[in-house]
Design a protein around this ligand. Sequence first.
Ligand code: NAD
Length: 365
Amino acid sequence: METQSIKFERYQSYDILLGNNVINQIVAKLSRMGFCKHCAVLTNELVAKWYLEPVLAELRSKGFEVFSIILPDGEEQKSLQTVQKIYQDLQKAGLARNSPLVTLGGGVIGDIGGFCAATWLRGIPFVQLPTTLLSMVDSSIGGKVGVNLPNAKNYIGSFYQPSLVGIDVAVLRTLPLTQISYGLVEAIKHGLIADPAYFKFITKSRGEIKTKEPALMQRLIRRSLNIKKMVVEKDELDKGNRAILNFGHTFGHGLEILGEYRRYHHGEAVSLGMLMTLCLSKKLGKLKEDYFEQLNELLVDFSLPVKLPVEYSALALYDSITSDKKRQKESIKFVIPITLGSVELMDIPLHDLPDLLVDILGMMK
Ligand SMILES: NC(=O)c1ccc[n+]([C@@H]2O[C@H](COP(=O)([O-])OP(=O)(O)OC[C@H]3O[C@@H](n4cnc5c(N)ncnc54)[C@H](O)[C@@H]3O)[C@@H](O)[C@H]2O)c1
């Protein structure tokens, strides 16, 4: 098992453990961290079927008394109603200030569990055990936790860092290929914003990624973690350069809103969003290395969408993009690709956006 440490000035620093079949070592590390030996595990029904018992058995073998909270599956669970239900369960469990909440699942469980940990008794320790590729390469580190309002994604939240992140790639064996593709979009993004060799590595290793070969997946996750860690350590509160992690997300969020969160999964929307942003960069005359075809071909190979629906108008897209919480009053921030591996932040005035969108739609249909 390998260990990386993520170091913050303002927040607690923590270790990220990564390996194959390492749940026993992850729990052993947790048991040495000095927390109260009374903890809760938050998961969902689907993940519980595969992995809850082995995790509970490990925790009990290390002397933990464990209370499980099992939610239904799905993004709809990221709501204040579920938070309320979890608080009631935490009260029933009698979780004390130094009792950890362990989140076992994908980004939904990590985000909602982290938010509950941040607010229960004004903050209890929490441990992330991510089980999807997306949560391993992205959502489990960086400390963004939160829930949705109806039709307003991640509007309620906080920065709250876990005490430990334990990634066991063995759990990927049950993850469907569609979910691997969605997580891979974030890994591809990491390559495109910061590491061209990583993008080439993903392109070359696509066959092994599809078979979820554990050593290869571990390599992939390590490289993504290194990039995300490097970016968030320098900008803990998302006030500056951390915005580069939003590459493809400004258009992506707009597409999610336009499709009422049903038409596109986040990964699919970001897949289209990255291609749209490449078109935007071309239009603005900023793109110095055109890798549209390479990216397009890789996304197609992972069954990700690369064409916009013909019925989507520039006006509808404008409305959905400008309703995103990241817009400012008169402009919207975009992460503009320059070459493979480098990007720039750019504020685009809202009044320039409609014409640009007409051109982008023309280039993407
Ligand atoms: N906090 C952050 O920085 C951050 C970053 C990116 C995304 N997110 C959030 O993450 C969420 C998406 O996360 P996600 O893609 O992991 O979705 P998810 O948590 O809904 O998991 C996807 C599906 O995979 C299933 N699953 C999980 N692990 C499995 C396994 N090992 N085997 C079989 N099935 C498994 C889940 O039950 C679910 O059906 C969104 O809510 C998004 O807003 C947060």
